[in-house]
Design a protein around this ligand. Structure first.
Ligand SMILES: Cc1ncc(C[n+]2csc(CCOP(=O)(O)OP(=O)(O)O)c2C)c(N)n1
Ligand SMILES: [Mg+2]
Length: 324
């Protein structure tokens, strides 16, 4: 595997995963300081998202993410400064000019389309985008993501069904962390693997270890090739861990046992990938320290930049709500 890929790409994957983790941790600090209203974390999903992003073509393919996709955003090209502007609802937030709830990522220049707060509504949107691309003959793939809880919703079934009928160039990416807020998977679906459902829509479904960035990348590359060749959708289920509470507004110790929380920590994707790169002698202490120093500077810069940035002018409050 090592020979097949160039080392720079393997290191870049690590850098992105570690950057996402550090930025996410800073977002929690700002929340606990009372500066950021709400945080919803990518911690434990970094490998899934970076592995997926590396198989996509930024600015060409369409990204229709969900709220947990911070690492995907960074890997596609959203800057840490832009992320922090959104978190602190500043005027130059590229998602919404400071209007939207944090983590409702979008970016016009990067073909990233905002989802709406009702979970799963982004999936039919992605299918519509893929249908438009197919009708126009554009060489683009649409990627959309959602959690396993959301995969049980009607919108998701309807969207996948249509995509199967029309053989649309779309990738359904389920980030399965085993919980929908406090509800464990076994309480809301009768299947072990979300990917099993793909058979019912007439396209392939595959389950991968979502804590293994290279495994996700392989599956994504195959799905992108399939879509580009006109063979239609793929459902990829990446089994992740949710290393934090659902969001900054809940306490997961009320619904997850101490043993569960401990077991989960052993599947930390950033730690395991770092260990892998060390064992392959691609990274060592000095190189890791260099990467981490650079990340720390970037996170500090993004925080200061966003804290100093202006809030939206109150007189513009109705902009984007009513026609002007
Ligand atoms: C239609 C709808 N129902 C309920 C909610 C409240 N809600 C927000 S996130 C969430 C859990 C979703 O879990 P999952 O799809 O597994 O994604 P995860 O957060 O675990 O990544 C729920 C129930 C919502 N936003 N929209
Ligand atoms: Mg979940």
């Amino acid at each position: 595997m090592k020979q097949e890929r160039d080392q720079a790409q393997l290191i870049e994957m690590f850098r992105l995963m570690a950057l996402a983790r550090a930025l996410d941790e800073r977002m929690w600090q700002l929340n606990r300081q009372g500066k950021a209203p709400f945080v919803i974390s990518c911690q434990g999903h970094e490998a899934a998202q970076v592995g997926a992003a590396m198989a996509l073509r930024p600015k060409q393919d369409w990204i229709v993410p969900y709220y947990r996709d911070l690492a995907m955003m960074l890997a596609i090209g959203v800057t840490p400064r832009e992320v922090m502007l959104g978190l602190l609802a500043k005027a130059d937030d590229p998602s919404s000019g400071g209007r939207q709830m944090p983590a409702h990522y979008s970016h016009r220049a990067l073909n990233i389309v905002s989802h709406s707060s009702p979970t799963g509504t982004q999936v039919p949107h992605a299918v519509g985008i893929a249908l438009a691309a197919q009708m126009r003959g554009d060489d683009v793939v649409t990627w959309t993501s959602f959690g396993e809880g959301t995969s049980s919703q009607g919108d998701v079934h309807e969207a996948m069904n249509l995509a199967g009928v029309m053989k649309l160039p779309v990738i359904f990416f389920c980030e399965n962390n085993g919980y929908a807020i406090s509800v464990p998977q076994r309480k809301q679906m009768g299947v072990e693997n979300v990917s099993d459902r793909a058979q019912g829509y007439g396209f392939p479904g595959v389950t991968v270890d979502g804590t293994n960035v290279l495994e996700v990348y392989e599956a994504m590359t195959a799905a992108v090739d399939r879509a580009r060749q006109g063979h239609g959708p793929t459902l990829i289920e990446a089994k992740c861990v949710r290393l934090t509470a659902h969001s900054s507004d809940d306490n997961d110790r009320t619904y997850r046992s101490a043993d569960d929380l401990k077991a989960m920590k052993t599947r930390d994707p950033v730690h395991s990938y770092e260990a892998y790169l060390r064992s392959e002698e691609i990274l060592d202490d000095a190189k890791i320290a260099g990467i981490r120093d650079e990340i720390k500077a970037q996170v500090n810069d993004a925080t200061t930049f966003a804290e100093k940035a202006p809030l939206p002018d109150p007189l513009t409050v109705s902009r984007y709500v009513y026609a002007e």
